[in-house]
Every structure is written in structure tokens, then in C-alpha cells.
Design a protein around this ligand. Structure first.
Ligand SMILES: [Zn+2]
Length: 111
């Protein structure tokens, strides 16, 4: 497993397919890794979940990269980054929030 500091994402190989950066290093604790990109409504929910789990996270807006994202503008997407060592945990929480398993449909023909 490798980490691209430019894209802030984990890679399988030591070369980043997006920015082309070579000689990637193994991820270190504290390296911020991309978790999710969500619009402001879902971003607020994800933030709550991460806060409850005590997972430190960094957010950035697609419109004003580098500035602190101000939640609340419609149509804006927020990117979430979490430390490498918390990524699996954060991923699970995000998956539970955004990719809920479908409940089996009940048969509507019950007489
Ligand atoms: Zn990259």
C-alpha cells in the first residue's frame, strides 16, 4: 500500500495514476487520506458521525480549496480527509451512512 501526498489518496502501486507521481511512500500515521466527497447536506451528517466516533477529520470545498469549508451552500461538495490510521474506521462509518444495505422488499400481495 502506498500513499500519494499530492492527491492524498492510497494507491496500490508506487506510482499515482492521477497525478503521475512516482516513488510513492508507504502511508504513515497522520497522513491525511481522502475519505468521501459529499454535498453539503450529507457532509453535515458525515461530520456528526465522525465527531461522535472521535475521528479527527479535515474538510475542503471544491470551490475554495485551502479555505475552511463553510457548510450550507447548496450544490457545493465537501471533501473529507482522515488520518491514515483511522481510515478503515471512517470508511466503515461512511459506508453505513451512504451505502446502506437494501432491505428485502416485502411481498405486496399478502391478500
Ligand atoms: Zn497523486
Amino acid at each position: 500500500m502506498y500513499y500519494c501526498p499530492d492527491c492524498m489518496r492510497l494507491r496500490e502501486k508506487d506510482r499515482c495514476p492521477i497525478c503521475g507521481r512516482k516513488t510513492l511512500m508507504a502511508p504513515q500515521p497522520g497522513d491525511l487520506c481522502f475519505l468521501e466527497e459529499q454535498d453539503v447536506l450529507w457532509a453535515g451528517m458525515l461530520e456528526d458521525v465522525l465527531n461522535q466516533a472521535g475521528i479527527v477529520h479535515v474538510t475542503s470545498s471544491d470551490r475554495e480549496a485551502g479555505l475552511a469549508a463553510k457548510l450550507g451552500r447548496i450544490g457545493e461538495t465537501i471533501r473529507f480527509y482522515v488520518p491514515f490510521e483511522r481510515l478503515p474506521e471512517a470508511r466503515e462509518l461512511a459506508d453505513r451512512l451512504f451505502h446502506m444495505p437494501e432491505e428485502p422488499e416485502e411481498n405486496g400481495f399478502t391478500g
